[in-house]
Design a protein around this ligand. Structure first.
Ligand code: DAH
Length: 327
């Protein structure tokens, strides 16, 4: 019984095969269930003495496995080649990624405010207590601090200076005023963080968009115009109504809540705003007798949810492809 001879013959034939059909023939010739050369050899083992069975059995099995393997490899190789062979077959379309809806919307909002001569400013996501709270007229003892559930950050010098993940984009107002002279108008979109339970309208990690305009004789009328123009463009809708409702935020006086109304739907609260508080101007190093300004802050996801009819804020971070591919 010349096992090596069969192995060599079979392997040479397999390697030389140029089509899947030919490979099938070779498989049949050696491993066919009825007349395969190796199959017959394995069957003939039965007639041998126990001693010969022990000798040839394992060698034959091993050879059979080698041939099986060689067939599998060659089949893979030939299948790939045959796939390539017909270049007129329709291709598999690669699936490119795309920008997340939040990024798309942010870009659109930047464009709208740019058209009204606002600049776009960045600020740090890790803030210090001073910029996130104190300079916005929210000292440590102020009950309003409870409006912002805060992620505090432990640092080696926490006792001297406290850091946190910014709870709103308002600290960018302070940072910008510290280094720039009025008049100016800016927006600052970015991530914000709150230590609170999540549900369909609350996330621990969400986006805000801050706005600030400072100059001579700036009034709530300017705020109302800028905001109305923004919403008109954002919703591509001449019928969007805007109303200012009296409210309270420590860093503005008077403070307002901005509501919008689209066509036949109800009034929706979408932003906080107001006239920059004199104390905030003082913290920033401005003379409040000389300058006036308005500020506003939107929740970005909220605006997107209203625009696209999305009912759960948690979808934005879910990685749910059905949701992502829709936009
Ligand atoms: N920072 C406020 C918040 O996170 C929103 C806000 C209210 C921003 C009034 C403003 C403002 O600039 O004037 O709830």
């Amino acid at each position: 019984m010349n096992i090596d001879d069969i192995r060599n013959r079979a392997t040479t034939e397999i390697n030389g095969a140029i089509s899947l059909d030919e490979l099938k023939e070779i498989r049949l010739k050696y491993l066919g269930r009825k007349k395969g050369e190796i199959t017959l050899l394995l069957k003939s083992l039965k007639a041998l003495s126990d001693e010969d069975k022990r000798k040839f059995g394992p060698q034959l099995q091993e050879m059979r496995e080698n041939i099986e393997q060689a067939l599998v490899f060659k089949k893979r190789e030939l299948s790939e080649e045959e796939d390539w062979a017909d270049v007129t077959l329709p291709g598999k379309r690669p699936e490119p990624g795309h920008l997340n809806l939040i990024t798309q919307t942010e870009t659109e909002i930047r464009r709208i405010f740019n058209s009204m001569n606002f600049s776009v400013i960045d600020g740090p996501e890790m803030e210090d207590e001073y910029h996130n709270f104190d300079a916005l007229n929210i000292p440590a003892w102020h009950p309003a601090r409870e409006m912002w559930d805060t992620f505090w950050i432990k640092t080696p010098d926490s006792a001297k200076k406290k850091y946190l993940l910014r709870t709103h984009t308002s600290p960018v107002q302070i940072r910008y005023m510290e280094t720039h002279k009025p008049p100016f108008q800016i927006i600052s979109p970015g991530k914000t963080f709150r230590y609170e339970a999540t549900d369909s309208t609350h996330e621990t990690n969400f986006y805000q968009l801050e706005g600030l305009m400072v100059g001579k004789d700036i009034s709530l009328a300017h705020l109302k115009f800028v905001i109305s123009e923004f919403f008109r463009q954002f919703f591509s809708n001449k019928n969007v109504k805007v109303r200012l409702r009296s409210s309270y935020f420590p860093f503005v006086e008077p403070g307002v809540e901005i509501d919008i109304k689209l066509d036949d739907s109800d009034w929706l609260e979408v932003a906080g705003a107001g006239m920059v508080h004199p104390k905030v101007f003082k913290y920033a190093g401005y003379n409040p007798k000389e300058w006036q300004g308005f500020a506003f802050g939107f929740g970005l996801e909220r605006l997107i949810m209203v625009k696209y009819g999305i009912s759960d804020i948690r979808l934005f971070n879910s990685g749910d492809l059905k949701f992502i591919k829709k936009f």
